[in-house]
Design a protein around this ligand. Sequence first.
Ligand code: HEC
Length: 428
Amino acid sequence: MASRVNTTRGLIIALGLVWIGCTYYENEPIKLPQPKVSKPTTTLEATYTSTPPNKITSAYWKTANYLAIGPQSLVTGQVPSDDGLYNVSGTLNGLADFNNGKSPKITMRAAYDDNNIYILVSWRDTTFNISNANWVYNGVTDPNKSGSTAGWTSQRSDDKMILSFDMGSSKRDVWNWSLALSEPLGYAMDMTDNSSVVTSDEGDKTYVRNAAGPTNRSGPQYEWDGVQQELTRSPGGLTILDPGFYLLTKKNFVGDVVAGNVVFQNNCAPCHGVTADGNGTDYQTGVALNGPGFMNRFTREAFVSFASNQDLHEGAAHFTPLTSTEVDNLFARLRGFSGIPGYWLQNPSGSNSDVHTLSNVQLAKIDGNNGKGYTVLLIRALNTGNADDIIFNSSAGQYEFNISFTDNDDLNRIGEINNQLIFKPKPL
Ligand code: HEC
């Protein structure tokens, strides 16, 4: 027994020495395969992959090399000249205001397969801005632009990312991702910049102005019809669109906002405030009804059932006596506080449907902070066959691009110009 224990002990010691030898005294270290890790590059490198990296979570992106963008202020201090457009320029001092002055930490990654190019862009912007020319009634004035905001005006902006490629002959192919106008459909707007004149490519756009007349003071033509807004995107799959900010299934706008304002001021302002900000004229409830998107999420039925319920609503006694017409008018007025979508959405067609996108934004209810920032994946055919698009030839190699970003702004941008997209040769 004793000898067997000794033998075992001897074996353990011997194995231990071998292990120590391997680890510390081997002249030639054993080469283990190193896991591939992302490395920074100085240009945007598209590597060939046979498995399409067509999801934000695709394995390819976890180890792909990345280009870090060093953004500059590109356009600052611009205010739109168009009548009736207010507060659409939130970012006025470029980098100092973008993402509240914190670094946007912009990175780009790219890949290609036999058919498509894939470009993944990530950046920090802690606040979702989802509105674009929302209809606001008696809205706030614009600190940077004079003019009356009484009646209907078009207000607020969204977050955008714009990528453009040099096509030669002073032409650029422009891909414009907009949280309000293109992302919900799963596309970037496809445009052409011809000597600085930018036009949309051929076909239907993802967005159509929701206006009762030709000006930015005409008011909305449509409102949400109360049906859950479902959409199947390719390749993104099924999504639901938040009616607070998006208008997909619609009906004619109901109610007289002028008459509704009288109903509101007489019956609701005492507790909810003249501007629905919660500063009641009689009673400080602090319950605001003017948050962006807020009143668009109620169906008329849900609104009536809440407002008239004495167990749920302190103001029920002020609501119950209203006639059906007064309720319609009041509801129109309340939506004019929240801001009615300035555009309605549709599936694009033709050369407007070339640039597909997926993002990390949960579109069913957009609320709170964008703590993780944006990640957007752009997918386009290497050759769309449309004359207004750049052709990417993976063996030709190199394409000059600009990338820019807006934060709650229609005009002002940060970004970088004159970088290069490089196609790494396809392995044999
Ligand atoms: C006597 C004060 C009072 C009056 C008058 C009043 N409300 Fe309210 N309202 C409240 C309070 C308080 C709340 C928060 C829920 C609660 O405790 O009743 C509220 C909540 C609401 C909400 C839901 C807000 C949310 O965050 O979900 C709506 C919508 C609303 N009121 C609409 C109206 C409308 C429309 C009128 C006018 C017809 C009106 N209220 C009149 C006190 C009032």
